[in-house]
Design a protein. Sequence first.
Length: 303
Amino acid sequence: MAAAAKCNISFQIYYTSSIPTTGATALLEYRIKNSTDPYIQYNITSVPASGGLISVPNFPASGEYEYKLRLTANGVSANQTGSFVVGECSPPSCETPKIDKVYLGEKDQIIMDYSTDPQNLYAVEYQIATDDKFTNIIHVRVIMGSDYKPTEYIEMNDGTIVNKTTYFIRVRRHCSSSVVSPWSGFVEFQSGEWRNLLESFWLAHGDDLSPDICNGLENYAWKTNVTLSTPEPKSGSLIYLTNGMLATRENIRILGQGVPGRFTDNGIGWIRFSNITPSVVYIVDPKTAQILNVESQLECPTP
C-alpha cells in the first residue's frame, strides 16, 4: 500500500447553554467545497467544554472544504455551516529497510542480504563508508524498485574498496522521488581479497567480428572492467564482473541499467584486454564466461 500524506486537523466549538449540560455530542460532515461528492461524516461522541480542542485524524487531503456541524446537548440541537481550508499535510511516512547480514561469498565477494517491502518501491540506496559516522563515503549505489532483489552483490572492483579493510554499510528506501526513509542502522564488515581490475572491450555473441573491438568504439564494442580467475588471460580463464559474479548472460542482466541489450540477451562473444594483452582478441563461451581460445581472424594493431 502506498504511503499517504498525514492530514490531522483540529478545531474548537464555542457554545453556551441556558441550563447546565450533562454532556454534548456533535456530528461533523464535510466535503470539497462546491463538489457534488457525498459528505464525509465524523462523529464526536464527547464534545469538550466550550472552546476545547477537537481533533479529526486521518483527514483525506489538503484543500478547501465546506462543512455542516450539528451540536446536541440536553436533547437540543444547534446547526452551523461554513467552510475551511486545510494547508499542506505532513509528508508520508516511509519504511526503513533492514540489513540482515553482510558476508563474503565465493572468491571473497561482498554480499548483503537486506529486506524491504517490494510493493510501491521507487528505489533503494546504500552507502559504504570507512567510519560509522559516514563522514567518508566511498561507495554509493541506487537500485530502482524494478531491479530490487533481497541479495545485493557489491562491486568491490570499482577502485574504492580496498582488500582486507573494515567498512560500514547502511541502506534507505525511496518511496517516491521525494519521499525517503531514514537510514537503517549500520553494519560493520571486513572486505576480503580480490584481483585487480582489467579494462576490457566486448563484442556480443552473434555480433559481427569487428575491428571496433580494437579501436575501443563504445557505440559497438562495449567497454567495461572485469577480473579473471588467472593472473593473465588464456584458454580456460573465467571472466568475472565487478560484482564478483561470472560474466554469464544471466549475471550480466543483474548489472542493471547501462548494459547494452545485446549482452543481456546473448552474452559475451569476444573480449579484448586493453591493458594486458591489447593485440589479442579472445573467443568467449557466453554460457560459462570462459575464454575458449585466441581469435585467429583478428589481431589488433599495437601502438
